[in-house]
Design a protein around this ligand. Structure first.
Ligand code: MRU
Length: 361
């Protein structure tokens, strides 16, 4: 089996003016790369989850916006900015819940605005540099999350995870799976239970795949088996990723995560969210204020079956995410340390540390 730990999830091909991604819709059966040149194909790659996971789509969006900027034929700031801003808004409309997309696009746009008096060619060069930095920082953040998360684990632990918050969802290592990959690198052993994660099976197809190739003892369970696995005493800790953390610590992640958190509380199992500061949105007060993406009914009714599996005409509710109430979260593991309740205070402290520490790239 290929070791995807050595592959790039998202890569800029400067010479070709394209982005290369590992097509996640084809995993685990085929390891196939896509080379994307057109903005509409990039938008679609995010929407169809060919590239997915909050940090990965943030990095991807930065590269996509740089490529859009590169192709703008303009000599003045005014002529450049209008199509540049349109390209940013277009990319930003691809998926609403993960804040990393708007975080990276806003960062790119702000850089351009701050340098509006410079020649357009120079602005383009700065955007290229910034997009590469966003990726390099993502690798650094995930590595730090791995180190901080590993302090919560001991050899032989049983870990339950939901969706895929691993290498495939980031530029490297992942968030929720980073401590596991790092622990394995250091000779530790874990037993990992992957919720299959209906309806798009990111746990079964992606987490199980990347953990297996990394040699981790991995068991896939249907989402409705998590309670039994916890009751059996097989789970010491739950690690999940996140798409947007609100200022009060409410954490929005793949649909089903809030149910896992409720079960963990019932069984007295610590529940950790692992997320970089690029996923923490201090402008959002609480989970209810996060926009939840609604996905097409076909993902539930027929996507993984040979034939349609529900009656014609039945209503389908298919939200892609839910949020975990902060009171169910034992800690939020970031690159700047582990935030603990009350999150309104500890997340501010994380951002204070961030202003004091530069990432080492
Ligand atoms: O719809 P997806 O597959 O993009 O959802 C991904 C998740 O929910 C992840 O847990 C989250 O983005 C964190 S990835 C480090």
């Amino acid at each position: 089996m290929d070791n995807i730990m050595s592959y790039e999830t998202v890569e800029l091909d400067e010479r070709e003016g394209s982005i290369i991604i590992l097509d996640q819709t084809k995993l685990p059966n085929e390891v196939q790369f896509l080379q994307l040149k057109e903005q509409k194909d990039m938008w679609q790659a995010i929407y169809l989850l060919q590239v997915r996971g909050a940090p990965a789509i943030g990095v991807f969006a930065a590269f996509a916006l740089y490529l859009a900027a590169k192709d703008i034929d303009a000599d003045t700031w005014e002529a450049f900015y209008a199509p540049f801003h349109d390209a940013k808004e277009y990319l930003n409309s691809s998926r609403p819940t993960a804040v990393n997309i708007s975080w990276s696009l806003n960062r790119m746009e702000q850089l351009a605005i701050d340098n509006r008096n410079k020649p357009i060619a120079e602005i383009k060069a700065l955007l290229l540099k910034e997009s590469k930095e966003i990726k390099a920082e993502d690798v650094w953040m995930c590595r730090r999350i791995g180190e901080n998360g590993l302090t919560l684990l001991k050899d032989g632990d049983g870990i339950l995870t939901h969706c895929n918050a691993g290498q495939l969802a980031t530029s490297k290592y992942g968030t929720a799976l980073a401590p596991i990959h790092l622990g394995v690198e250091r000779g530790m052993n874990f037993r990992v239970f992957c919720d299959e994660t209906r309806p798009l099976l990111q746990g079964a197809r992606l987490s199980a795949f990347e953990l297996m190739v990394d040699g981790v003892d991995t068991t896939v369970i249907c989402d409705n088996m998590a309670s039994q696995v916890m009751k059996n005493g097989w789970v010491n800790v739950v690690f999940v990723g996140c798409d947007r953390v609100a200022a009060n610590g409410d954490s929005c992640n793949k649909i089903g995560t809030s149910g896992v958190a409720i079960l963990a509380k019932y069984y007295g199992i610590p529940f950790y969210v692992l997320a970089p500061t690029s996923t923490i949105d201090m402008s959002i007060e609480k989970g209810e204020d996060i926009v939840i993406e609604q996905r097409p009914p076909e993902e539930v009714t027929k996507m993984w079956y040979k034939q349609r599996m529900v009656p014609q005409g039945v209503k389908v509710y298919n939200p892609a995410f839910d949020f975990v109430d902060n009171e169910l979260i034992t800690g939020i593991v970031t690159e700047y340390g582990i935030a603990r309740p009350p999150y309104t205070e500890s997340l501010k402290e994380i951002f204070r540390r961030k202003t004091e520490t530069k990432p080492r790239l």
